[in-house]
Each structure stands twice: as C-alpha cells, then as structure tokens.
Ligand binder design. Structure first.
Ligand code: ATP
Length: 309
C-alpha cells in the first residue's frame, strides 16, 4: 500500500554559521523514492541532515517526518548512517547487536547477522578494528534491521569499493521497491546516483538550486566543449560554469537554449551527466553569477536551474 503522506518534508530551513548562510532549504521526499543530496564540500549537506535528525536546530523552517513534526516515537522508523558510527569502538559487533536490541522495538537479530554475513563482517571484530568501508556496512546492516521506513545517510558510499557500492545501490532499490520506504542520502559519487536515485536535491552555498526528478534534471542540460577562442560572446552568455584549459573550454547549456547554428565548428555537444551538472553549477559560484531560481519554500514541485555564466 502506498502511503499518502511524504516520508520527509523540509521547508524553509535557515541557519548561519559565521560566513555560511543556509536559507530557504526546502524539498520533499515521497515513499518509494531514493533521493540523492549533492553539492560541493561545505554546501550544507551534513548540516541539513543533522537538522532532519534533530541534532542541529534550524533558526527558521520546519521538518516533517511521516507527515508529523519530529518526535521521539519516529526514531525507530528512521535508519541512520553517518560519517562515524555512534557505537563504542571497544564493542564487538555482537555487542552492537545487543545494544540495538534495547534501542529498537522492531529489532531483528537474524536480519542483522544475515547482513553482516552478506557484507563479510566478522561479528567478533571490534568496531575500532573496522575499516571506513566496513564501518559504513555495519551501520547499513543495523539501519536495515529495525524495520526502518526511511533511511537517512550522510555519504554512505565514500570509502566503499565499486562492487560493494553496486550492492548497496541494489539493496536501496529493493528497500524502496514496495512503495512504503524511502531513502535520502548525500554523496559526492554522482555515478552512484545515475544508477540508483529517482530524485536529486542539489544544494550550493546553503541554497537549493534544484530539487525534483533525476530524469528531468538530466534532460535539461547539454555539455558543450571545443576551442575557447571560437566562442562568441552571445553563446558564452548562455553557458553555465565556463571552464577553460589549454585553449579548450567546456560548459553546460540549457537544452532549450542550444542553437546548433550558433555552435562553432570546433564545438561538440552531448547530454550532460549528473557530474557535469554538479561541477558546472558549483563552478558558477554565487559571487560571480546572477541569482539562480530556487525552490519556493511552499512548493514541492521540481525547481529549475536557470542558465548562468
Ligand atoms: N558546528 C559548526 N560550527 C560552525 N560552523 C559549522 C558547524 N557545522 C558546519 N559548519 C559550517 O557550515 C558549512 C556547511 O557545512 P556542512 O558540513 O553542512 O557541509 P557539507 O555539504 O556536508 O560538506 P562536505 O561535503 O564537506 O561534508 C561549512 O562552512 C561548515 O564549516
């Protein structure tokens, strides 16, 4: 049965840390969906995740989990994977299991040990003896063993080898496939999102540039590359994230703005990857560009990234 409410609804979050200003961070994640949260270092991903988990308090805005404001009784319905696990380094994985059993009402010991086996984790090892990748796998095993409906993960796949990342991607797809579960995770590995994400939320300098379906985002932009000297000012004005090296350039252009007649002979264009989009928009920093369109705080509809230089 598909749930009527959103798994996660974030509206108008704001927070200032010194020079960093998060403002109007809004997005909505529905059940049955995997949302990737992207943006360069320091963009505000972890801060947003900590706000969702009630670890950091926003100065403005609201967060709803399963259609309600955060309350302690939703804890069991959320599986969390953070940069470093909350478990003591001295604990063996069997002791992690004992601790989780006391925290979660719906804890499933058999499911946990089955995941450890699947991930090749020795239950007699201590948490402090695990590599970064193993530690993430341990957290994922725990997150998937207490009947969580929503997984929230901060860079779960960094430090994980490509084969294991593929396995995790498939696990996430299985997790949401019944339409009653959802996944929200930040990552710098956009190729993982090309495979597994349904939705993308892109944050830059504390502001949401895009939130909506991955498919829509990928159809919006083309990558153009060629000899920099041949590009007219008129064409340059349409490009996003101009990057020049050794006489050649690459940049994004909105598909609807692409006029093949205007392209110099040396230029080629191809559909932009998620990586192209994130890199180009991250290059086009707020300081050097006109403001971009951002998601209206009250709207859950996909926002658009507007072309800028
Ligand atoms: N507790 C804090 N005190 C002061 N500044 C903070 C604090 N936490 C985060 N910041 C600042 O907020 C900004 C956003 O940090 P955040 O960790 O959310 O970025 P991020 O997108 O997760 O980056 P990364 O990809 O590197 O993990 C940064 O400028 C960071 O220095």
């Amino acid at each position: 049965m598909v749930e009527a409410t959103a798994a996660l609804k974030v509206q108008g979050l704001a927070k200032t840390y010194g020079q960093f200003h998060m403002q109007d961070v809004s997005f909505e994640l529905n059940f049955g969906r995997i949302m990737g949260f992207v943006g360069r270092n320091g963009a505000g991903k972890t801060t947003t995740i900590k706000m969702i988990l009630g670890i950091v308090f926003p100065q403005a805005g609201s967060i709803e989990l399963f259609g309600k404001p955060y309350s302690p009784d939703v804890v069991g319905k959320i599986g969390v994977v953070m940069d470093s696990p909350y478990y003591s380094g001295e604990w063996k994985l069997t002791e992690v299991e004992s601790a989780c059993k006391h925290v979660y009402d719906n804890w499933d010991s058999a499911a946990f040990y089955a995941r450890l086996n699947e991930f090749g984790l020795d239950k007699n090892k201590k948490v402090k003896e695990l590599s970064r990748g193993m530690s993430v796998k341990l957290q994922i095993a725990a997150a998937l063993s207490h009947d969580a409906q929503l997984l929230i993960m901060d860079e779960p796949t960094s430090g994980i080898d490509p084969l294991a990342r593929d396995d995790i991607g498939e696990m996430l797809e299985d997790f949401v496939s019944d339409g009653n579960h959802a996944v929200f995770y930040s990552t710098h590995i956009t190729t993982d999102l090309e495979k597994t994400a349904d939705d993308i939320t892109f944050i830059r300098d504390g502001e949401i540039l895009y939130t909506g379906t991955k498919a829509e985002l990928l159809t919006k932009y083309m990558t153009v590359e060629g000899e920099a000297a041949q590009v007219s000012e008129q064409l340059k004005a349409q490009l996003v994230g101009w990057h020049e090296h050794a006489g050649r350039f690459d940049a994004l252009i909105a598909r609807e703005a692409l006029d093949y007649q205007q392209l110099p002979d040396s230029c080629t264009s191809h559909p932009a990857s998620l990586d192209d989009i994130v890199v180009s928009f991250s290059r086009a920093t707020r300081k050097t560009t006109a403001p971009t369109a951002s998601l209206a705080a009250s709207s859950a509809t996909p926002s658009t990234l507007s072309p800028e230089k």
